[in-house]
Ligand binder design. Structure first.
Ligand SMILES: [Zn+2]
Length: 297
């Protein structure tokens, strides 16, 4: 139901949440143009937009990637019991995310690698869980891959921008720092290969150290885009940034580059926030990019 095959590699969606975006479209996107939404309205409802509420539908999920050698979790959603009073959608959650992971065939002990595309609160939550009043790594046998540039940006000891904003540093303190202190973090600089199938690459813009993951196997390709895009409408309007993009110009350049890569190489796009069925093939023409959703195998 939830698994796509990329040659010998399987990719399974592990859901945390599926529902309304926290903001109306005009606020969710910088530069939102309602005519683009109207042009695609025929197919956007009900999986990607609610007419009745005038809200975009967005998902929050992880990708479980299994190769012959590795069990990898890409992005870690919001997590349970985290103080996020400034973001109601992620505040003090209590979801059965780990049960869903187990049901997909992966116990937390079996995950040997975690990759966070960036360190926003909806991508690092399950890095840790609350045990006896302390935040400890959820995946005891995993190496956690972080971009060094991204880590330096969010570490309040290194960046005054973060230390001066408690809301920014609280996420780092409960979801990133415990992983570093446990010795499980691996800081990546530049590109990084994972076995024969995968390559982590810098994709700055949404955040300074954002990375993407490219996957190739058995003649098939995939690209895990993190928050390079938040909604399928950005395939049609790649100049729209989300209101959470920290570097607007770089975010637009990276988004186009990712879409061009997918179109040119036939790489399936695996975003973290698109609505059902979550995965899309991308094509390019003189009129721009287009998305065709691809159901699970
Ligand atoms: Zn996100």
């Amino acid at each position: 139901m939830n698994t796509w095959n990329i040659g010998p590699v399987t990719v399974t969606r592990i859901e945390e949440q599926l529902g309304f975006a926290g903001l109306p479209p005009e606020k969710y996107f910088i530069g939102f143009e309602r005519e683009v939404l109207e042009r695609h309205i025929g197919w956007l409802a009900p999986n990607h937009y609610s007419h009745e509420h005038d809200r975009l539908i967005t998902s929050v999920h992880s990708w479980l990637i299994r190769t012959a050698r590795h069990t990898i979790l890409l992005d870690c959603c919001g997590g349970n019991h985290k103080e996020r009073s400034w973001l109601p959608r992620f505040h003090m959650l209590d979801t059965p995310f780990l049960e869903r992971l187990r049901a997909a065939g992966a116990a937390p002990e079996e995950v040997d690698m975690v990759l966070c595309t960036h360190l926003h609160e909806d991508h690092v939550g399950w890095n840790t869980q609350l045990k006896d009043g302390r935040w400890v790594p959820t995946f005891p046998n995993a190496k956690y891959l972080f971009s060094k540039k991204e880590n330096d940006y969010w570490d309040p000891r290194q960046n005054p921008l973060t230390s001066e904003h408690p809301v920014r540093s609280i996420v780092y303190q409960d979801s990133v720092l415990p992983v570093i202190e446990s010795g499980q973090a691996l800081m990546l600089e530049g590109s990084h290969a994972i076995d024969d199938h995968m390559l982590v690459e810098p994709a700055p813009g949404h955040t300074p150290g954002h990375v993407i993951l490219k996957l190739a196997g058995g003649g098939k390709r995939a690209l895990f885009s993190g928050d390079v895009m938040h909604h399928v409408l950005q395939v049609y309007a790649p100049h729209w940034n989300s209101s959470f993009c920290e570097m607007p110009d770089e975010a637009r350049v990276t988004r186009r580059r990712v879409l061009e890569h997918c179109a040119e190489h036939g790489a399936l796009l695996f975003p973290v926030h698109f609505g059902a069925p979550f995965v899309a093939a991308i094509s390019a023409s003189t009129r721009g990019f287009a998305a065709r959703f691809v159901e699970a195998d």
